[in-house]
Design a protein around this ligand. Structure first.
Ligand code: GLV
Ligand code: GLV
Length: 328
């Protein structure tokens, strides 16, 4: 039997690669940087399966020039890098990695929240620069986390984990979502629903964004939304960069109209080292590492391998975002 050909766009750990290799003819892109689009296009032409990262663009053009393609397994929970409609039309199933990264992503979101509130990164730089001359009553003051109000935009799996962490700090937790939980669920999680985003924005001390990137969430937080926030507010974004209007964020932080922001994602990734945002002390930017614990990345790789292999078999992957693709 001829083994199906698959292209894996980055080394994702030996265990997953070995697992995939057993049943396929595998090629792994060996570099640190993503394969250029032209390369991805070329490799896709005769592949039955692709294992991709969020930095790989799987658009209609690529899908239309990959006649053998049956499955794209995305090594991420988000899949805004893939044209799902086009894939479904071509009966290509798309896998993702939900669940395994939920707690790890919420951990980093909470770390950014704490670091931005208490100016941890700025304080470390201050120490290294030799600015620590004495104990000072007014030095590097920040915002309290305990007893403050957290506003969660998007109470999915990750948003809910954020709410659980907040309870340990005795925070009041507001949430805004398309879907309202029932009262029992709200009580269990200790969250209060606000139907209007502006109500959340004007009442929260911390605002954390956990929505997927879709048309309706592009620039969800822009000039008007920043204007509604408290001057002491801290914005956290671990979702997708374009959910926040970065120019508006820059203007807001520069004018100190909110206290700080903590971002794991930017509108263009990687952010240019010359980006004006990086000149500001009141923003912390990590390089899209929220799911990056040793354990979680390994679990994502195994899950992505299983999704890929199941899709190659002509079945719906255990974690599939478009099961309709295989409906006759
Ligand atoms: C990371 O951003 C992911 O979607 O898994
Ligand atoms: C992702 O796991 C989410 O639904 O929040």
């Amino acid at each position: 039997m001829i083994k199906p050909k698959v292209f894996v766009t980055r080394f994702i750990g030996q265990e997953a690669i070995d697992k995939i290799s057993q049943d396929t003819t595998i090629e792994v892109w060996p570099e640190e940087l993503p394969p250029p689009y032209e390369v991805l296009l070329e490799k896709s032409k005769d592949s039955e399966g692709l294992l991709t990262l969020l930095s790989d663009k799987i658009d209609a053009n690529l899908i239309n020039s990959a006649p053998k393609l049956k499955v794209v397994s995305n090594y991420a929970v988000g899949y805004d890098n893939i044209d799902i409609t086009e894939a479904t039309k071509h009966h290509i199933v798309i896998g993702n990695t939900p669940g395994v990264l939920t707690g790890t992503t919420a951990d980093l979101a909470f770390a950014l929240l704490m670091a931005a509130a208490r100016r941890v990164v700025e304080a470390d730089k201050y120490t290294r620069k030799g600015q620590w001359k004495t104990w000072g009553p007014q030095v590097l003051l920040g915002q309290d986390i305990h007893n403050a109000t957290l506003g969660i935009i998007g109470l999915g799996r990750i948003g809910a984990e954020m709410a659980k962490r907040a309870r340990g700090f005795n925070m009041r937790v507001l949430y805004h979502d398309k879907i309202k939980l029932n009262e029992v669920e709200e009580k269990q999680l200790g969250v209060e629903y606000v139907s209007e985003l502006k109500e959340l924005l004007s009442n929260a001390d911390f605002i954390s964004v956990h929505v997927p990137l879709v048309e309706q969430t592009y620039h969800l937080i822009g000039v008007n939304e920043f204007a509604m926030m408290k001057p002491t507010a801290v914005l956290i974004n671990t979702s997708r960069g374009t959910v926040v209007d970065q120019k508006a964020l820059y203007d807001t932080l520069k004018a100190k109209r909110i206290f700080a922001a903590g971002l794991d994602v930017t509108e263009i990734e990687p952010i240019s080292p010359d980006d004006p945002l990086l000149t500001l002390d009141n923003v912390i930017i990590t390089p899209h590492i929220a799911s990056g614990s040793f354990t979680t990345r390994k679990n994502m790789a195994i899950m992505a391998a299983e999704n890929l292999l199941t899709g190659l078999n002509g079945d719906i992957p255990p974690n599939c975002v478009n099961p309709d693709a295989l409906r006759k």
